[in-house]
Design a binder for this molecule. Structure first.
Ligand code: ADP
Ligand code: GLC
Length: 511
């Protein structure tokens, strides 16, 4: 199958969150099972330079694209690279005015004011680059609001033209909280007819909504866990688009993300003090824990439970619960290690905790790939009390590293963490601690539960073992995506279905 995968971020070229991990790991897994995958992403030279990560060679293809964005014609260049150790072709869109900036979407906590223009350009550039490169895709797979215009372009402008005879589009939602909502006049930037600016397709409460556009126009819509697929059809999790999602219920699927096990594997991880696997778990983790404590200036105590957190420090990730139970946590004989950045209120709280209790808390503000691996290997348990979590990757990294997750049972956390109830511990299925109510006392109680089980080495080992034994790689999820792609292609070959979105109630023209 020929697949074009479009994403506004992809490791190692750029990253603000889990989307970047998925945007390379899924194409790699699809290529491994024999598909022909091209990944298209923007080229952010300043971001790349600052990250200091090693990247594969990038060369010019000599292909220029020229697309219309509102009244302007914008040019861009197509650059080419590969993903290390894979057959995935990477095409990077170079457009210095839009992408040669210090941030991807935000600078000094402010969204770039021309984000709609930048990503309308990028979505059009994806389609033009695909055409000019002669990729002839059967599937174009767009992700999140930044590329959500792509399914509309496939449907309205490209399908049926040379190279796109039966192209089907897939749209994956990684987070409903970010919708790409702009004032209605930005409809002019998209170059699409005002007839699409109606409540079923691109309009939402008088605004242009790109996420809704992707949901409405894609042949099939997916999100990153089965539980989140159900949750987002409810007002509590739907962020105002639950109606749009329910309307596409039969075309919406949840597929749990996988883990790139070439990157996240305690047996081969080059960042950690000692490699280990299930057989030599206790010894390996003890060495990694001591090394982590040493690096962060915490007392090297093997018996104290060390809790880790690697996260955007935001409301989504449940930091307000930690804030509410901070003083109770500091009274416990535990160690807490935080890595991340986010809302100043939470950064300051965690820095303050580290300052007042240096023997218990170590806080690192910033992004640090190496330390993130060392925390996964060295921590005993991992905190993820998210308010909502479409999938979440760190709980799965934790499970692979024998680090027991403590999570709220939402989205992908509910689909990956099995609570240590007496019954689940006894039958060997439990791999973590999972709670429903979004309350700080419930979180605190679960941390206490974890601590008492931590004292029982045999039972704790059972939890670790259950997490490490399961296959968290992309293999299974990649097969699921292939099934969705086949379904979308079949749908597009059936003429009645293909007319689908165009048949929708177009509503009144809105000028
Ligand atoms: P989200 O995309 O909502 O932030 P995910 O769990 O899907 O959450 O993905 C977050 C990704 O970013 C993971 O790969 C995690 O390890 C990584 N990450 C987040 N913060 C940091 C940090 N400060 N340093 C290193 N890696 C981080
Ligand atoms: C989003 C979600 C996160 C998910 C990631 C990758 O950033 O917040 O839960 O794991 O996308 O799909």
């Amino acid at each position: 199958m020929r697949i074009v995968f479009a994403s506004s971020e992809a490791v190692p070229f750029s990253k603000t969150g889990g989307l970047a991990d998925v945007a390379t790991a899924l194409p790699k897994a699809l290529a491994q099972i024999g598909h022909d995958v091209s990944l298209i992403t923007p080229y952010y030279p300043q971001v790349l330079k600052r990250s200091g990560v090693e990247i594969p060679a990038i060369k010019r293809t000599g292909i220029s694209i020229r697309v219309q964005v509102g009244p302007k014609f914008i040019e861009g260049q197509v650059l080419q690279s590969t993903l290390p150790g894979s057959r995935v072709n990477v095409f990077l869109i170079e457009q210095p005015i839009y992408f040669d900036r210090p941030g991807l979407y935000v600078e000094q906590d402010q969204d770039y004011r021309d984000n709609s223009e930048r990503f309308v350009f990028f979505s059009r550039a994806v389609m033009e680059a695909t055409r000019l490169l002669g990729l002839k895709p059967e599937i174009v797979h767009a992700n999140d609001w930044q590329t959500a215009l792509v399914p509309a372009l496939v449907n309205i402008e490209y399908r049926g033209t040379p190279g796109f005879e039966h192209t089907a589009s897939i749209f994956t939602i990684h987070n409903m909280a970010f919708q790409g909502q702009f004032w209605h006049w930005d409809m002019l930037l998209t170059g699409l007819d005002w007839k699409y600016f109606n409540w079923r397709q691109m309009e939402c409460y008088g605004h242009l909504n790109l996420l809704k556009t992707g949901i409405s126009f894609a042949d099939l819509v997916t999100t990153v866990s089965p539980t989140y697929a159900r949750e987002i059809q409810t007002p509590e999790f739907g962020c105002g688009l639950n109606g749009a999602l329910s309307a596409r219920q039969s075309d919406l699927e949840g597929i749990l993300n996988g883990v790139d096990t070439e990157v996240w594997n305690p047996a081969t991880d080059t960042y950690i003090a000692k490699n280990y696997s299930l057989g030599a778990l206790e010894d390996g983790k003890a060495v990694c824990k001591a090394a982590l404590q040493k690096r962060l200036g915490l007392p090297e105590r093997p018996s104290v439970m060390l809790l880790g957190s690697i996260s955007r420090m935001t409301h989504q990730k449940g930091f307000q619960l930690l804030e509410q139970c901070a003083s109770m946590l500091l009274d416990q004989d535990i160690q807490l290690v935080f890595l991340g950045s986010g809302e100043p209120r939470f950064e300051n709280l965690l820095l303050e905790m580290a300052k007042s209790h240096p023997e218990k808390v170590a806080t690192t503000i910033g992004y640090d790939e190496e330390l993130s691996h060392q925390i996964e290997a060295g921590a005993d348990a991992f905190l993820m009390p998210s308010e909502f979590e479409p999938c979440g990757l760190n709980q799965m990294y934790s499970l692979i590293y024998g680090t027991v997750p403590i999570v709220r049972a939402v989205g992908g956390l509910a689909d990956s963490v099995i609570d240590a109830s007496d019954e689940n511990v006894a039958n060997g299925t439990a791999n973590g601690f999972s709670f429903c109510e979004f309350r700080s006392d419930v979180l605190f109680w679960n941390i206490c539960r974890a601590r008492s089980l931590f004292a029982d080495k045999q039972k704790w080992h059972r939890l670790q073992r259950a997490g490490m034994k399961r296959d968290w790689s992309w293999k299974h999820s990649a097969d699921e995506y292939v099934r969705v792609y086949e379904r979308a292609i079949a749908k597009c070959l059936a003429p009645a279905e293909c007319e689908g979105d165009e048949r929708q109630d177009e509503g009144p023209a809105h000028q």
